[in-house]
Design a protein. Structure first.
Length: 145
């Protein structure tokens, strides 16, 4: 796995570093949504000696290289190992996140439709439309019932 992570970093124009390997390796384990702080604490529990600032710096570098995605959770940035096009369902109560596959409506994704509509009615140039859905997850619904 170490060599393949090195190659992956190189293919995306990044030089190898131990913190990048640890962080990217964590995200490659399975589909994950993590804040920088929760990632820092998890890696610390696993015995990795990284500072919180190192975690932030490397998350931003990996995001900029297209190896992970960043989106706004409930009050903080969340990093996503799934870089394929998708949306998020975000629980307003517990902050849990679930991936939602992109659907097509009349041959367009909702993001494409919203981008074109917003540009048409406003005259704005929209760079990147974001579509995340806020609500209450089934676990939190069950707790409040």
């Amino acid at each position: 796995m170490k060599e393949s992570l090195r190659n992956l970093l190189q293919r995306h124009g990044l030089r190898y570093s131990q913190p990048r390997e640890v962080i990217l390796g964590y995200f490659k384990e399975r589909d994950k949504h993590e804040s920088a702080e929760s990632l820092y604490l998890t890696l610390k529990e696993r015995g990795h000696n990284l500072s919180l600032s190192t975690v932030y710096l490397n998350l931003n570098t990996l995001r900029d290289a297209g190896l992970i995605r960043e989106f706004q959770g409930t009050g903080e940035a969340v990093y996503d190992s799934n870089i394929s096009p998708h949306h998020h369902l975000i629980c307003k109560q517990c902050g849990s996140v679930m991936d939602l596959p992109v659907v097509s409506i009349a041959g367009e994704t909702p993001k494409q439709f919203l981008k074109q509509h917003a540009e048409k009615v406003s005259g704005w140039q929209v760079d990147e439309p974001n579509l995340d859905l806020l609500g209450v997850c089934p676990n939190c619904q069950a707790r409040t019932s």
